[in-house]
Design a protein around this ligand. Structure first.
Ligand code: AMP
Length: 196
C-alpha cells in the first residue's frame, strides 16, 4: 500500500483514520473507549476517516466524533452499500470498487492511524499500515490503543517473529503502543503535530 501523498493539512484540520471492530465485543469497556476516543477527536477539532459502518465500535467512535464536531469521511466499496449499515449523515461518503481501494483511500486521507480493539478486519488494516511503514511507503504515525492489554498476545507474537529473525527492532517498534486514553491522545497529538 502506498498511503502517500497526504493532501495538504494547511487548509484543513488533521485527519485521524480509525480502525476498529464492526462489533462491540463482550465487555462494555470497548464501547466506552470508542465513545471517549471519538469525543476526544472531535473536541480537539480533528476530523476522522473510517470504514463508513454504523455498526459496532466503528459506529460508536464515528458518532461520538461527529457529535463533538468532527468532519467524518466514510470509505466503502459500492458492492457493500446494499448489504451494510452505512452511517447516516456522513460529511463525505467515498465509494470505491474493492476492499483494497478502500484501504488505499482511507490511508491516503489520513494523517495518522489509530487502532482500537477489533477483529480480522481491524487486524488486516493494522498490518496493512504497519507493512506500509516498514517498507517506507508512508511515514504516517500508527497508534495502537492496547487498552486492558487487548493486543498483548499479538504484540508478544510479533516479538517472537523478531526473535526468529523475520523482523527487526526498528520495524517491530514502529507502532506507538499505548494503554490508556490519555496516552492515546498524547500519542495522537504528537503525531498530528508532525504533519502540521
Ligand atoms: P472487524 O475488526 O473484522 O470487525 O472489521 C472492522 C474493520 O474492517 C473496520 O476498521 C472497517 O474499516 C473494516 N470493516 C470490516 N467489516 C466491516 C463492515 N461490516 N462495515 C464497515 N467496515 C468494515
Amino acid at each position: 500500500m502506498n498511503a502517500s501523498p497526504t493532501p495538504s493539512t494547511s487548509k484543513r484540520p488533521p485527519r485521524i483514520c480509525v480502525f476498529c471492530g464492526s462489533r462491540t465485543g463482550h465487555d462494555p469497556v470497548w464501547s466506552s473507549l470508542a465513545e471517549a476516543v471519538g469525543a476526544g477527536i472531535g473536541l480537539r477539532g480533528w476530523d476522522m476517516v473510517f470504514g463508513a459502518g454504523q455498526i459496532g465500535l466503528m459506529g460508536i467512535v464515528a458518532t461520538a466524533a461527529r457529535d463533538a464536531g468532527s468532519r467524518i469521511t466514510g470509505v466503502i466499496p459500492s458492492y457493500l452499500m446494499t448489504t451494510e449499515v452505512v452511517m447516516r449523515d456522513l460529511d463525505e461518503l467515498v465509494e470505491v470498487e474493492t476492499m483494497i481501494e478502500r484501504k488505499i483511500e482511507m490511508s491516503r486521507r489520513a494523517d495518522a492511524f489509530l487502532v482500537l480493539p477489533g477483529g480480522v478486519g481491524t487486524l488486516e488494516e493494522l498490518f496493512e499500515v504497519w507493512t506500509g511503514a516498514a517498507t517506507y511507503a508512508h511515514e504516517k504515525p500508527l497508534v495502537i490503543a492496547n487498552t486492558m492489554g487487548y493486543f498483548d498476545g499479538l504484540l508478544m507474537y510479533m516479538e517472537e517473529v523478531r526473535d526468529h529473525g523475520f523482523l527487526d527492532d526498528q520495524h517491530l517498534n514502529q507502532p506507538v503502543v499505548v494503554r490508556d486514553l490519555d496516552a492515546v491522545f498524547q500519542a495522537l497529538e504528537a503525531a498530528v503535530s508532525r504533519v502540521g
